[in-house]
Ligand binder design. Structure first.
Ligand code: FMN
Length: 310
């Protein structure tokens, strides 16, 4: 009998497939298409303390084997999320992850506190809506803070330290491939008592409208994701897994069961799937089925048999 279950920072995932932040909303729209409780988990759209309108102009563009996005963290703000989305999240049976963004350290910390206090209040009433925080220090599409915090290890250390002190929820830090030293960044997160790291976010990239002779994006650069980045993402996940003891959520360009197996063999505890949700709205459901089929064909009962086997 094939067992797909995994665990990370004390949270159980019924399978290793987690929907990546910014590609799955808060799960409501996809929930109308298939039963999202089949998934291992979901990371909601990046949230900031205050609502954000996001970037003007073109927000997404297709590239060879991937896409560019410049959404700019459009989101309803943490208070609205807790009020309007969490009653539905309470009813879900999968690992529910809040992706926390911010423009200043104070904003990150205040956001983490709000989420933490809300979780404590619900727990007293025997309810849970959020299982984990994914601290996003790596968004390339916001001007202040955002990726700036995810590039230099010393600056990131302060954010991780202060957010860690502000919450008792399991904390995973999402790393940028644009970091000066992504392995050093992961080691720092472990030193600062993060429960895990997730990687990678998008690569800072560009597309030019040659007729207008300007960037396609108002924000000049945009984030590259999808199959085009998978080999680099896999290399980075492997390097980070070699360097830290905390669990790793691996992502970047996953679009089939074999891709998931590669990330697990590189050492990932679970994986996240982003851009592929736009190619196949039922990607999550399909990948779970395909992974189970692959495992039984190979005679593998649990993912521990192949995790980090390289
Ligand atoms: C349209 C779009 C929006 C995204 N928004 C967020 C976000 O709000 N927070 C975040 O941490 N990552 C965000 N990401 C990055 C993804 O979660 C993921 O790290 C990245 O796309 C690589 O995985 P993929 O190649 O499977 O898409 C976004 C990606 C896309 C394509």
């Amino acid at each position: 009998m094939t067992d797909l279950s995994c665990s990370l920072a004390g949270v159980t995932f019924k399978n290793p497939i987690v929907m990546a932040s910014g590609t799955f909303g808060f799960g409501k729209e996809y929930g109308a298409i298939y039963d999202i409780n089949k998934l291992g988990g979901l990371s909601g759209k990046g949230l900031t303390l205050h609502p954000k309108a996001g970037n003007d102009g073109v927000r997404v563009a297709e590239t060879a084997s991937g896409m560019l996005n410049s959404v700019g963290l459009e989101n309803p703000g943490i208070a609205a999320f807790l009020r309007e989305e969490c009653p539905r999240w309470e009813m879900l049976d999968l690992a529910r992850i809040v992706n926390l963004g911010g423009n200043t350290i104070e904003e990150y910390v205040e956001g983490a506190r709000l989420i933490n206090d809300d979780a404590a209040w619900r727990k007293r009433e025997g309810r849970t809506a959020v299982d984990m925080i994914e601290l996003n220090i790596s968004c390339p599409n916001v001007k202040a803070g955002g990726m700036a915090y995810g590039i230099k290890t010393d600056i990131a250390r302060q954010v991780v330290r202060e957010v860690r002190a502000a919450t008792t929820l399991p904390l995973v830090v999402k790393l940028s491939p644009n970091a000066e030293d992504i392995v050093g960044m992961a080691v720092m997160c472990q030193e600062e008592q993060a429960d895990g790291v997730s990687l990678i976010n998008t690569f800072s990239a560009m597309k030019i409208d040659i007729h207008k002779r300007r960037s396609v994006f108002d924000n000049l650069y945009a984030g590259l994701s999808g199959p085009a980045i998978k080999p680099i993402a896999l290399r980075m996940v492997h390097q980070v897994c070699q360097a830290v003891n905390v669990p790793v959520m691996g992502m970047g360009g996953i679009s089939c069961a074999e891709d998931i197996v590669e990330f697990i063999m590189a050492g990932a505890a679970v994986v996240q799937v982003g851009t592929h949700n736009f190619v196949n709205l039922r990607a999550g459901e399909q990948l779970i089925e395909d992974l189970a089929t692959w495992m039984s064909r190979e005679g593998i009962q649990t993912l521990d048999e192949i995790r980090g086997i390289l």
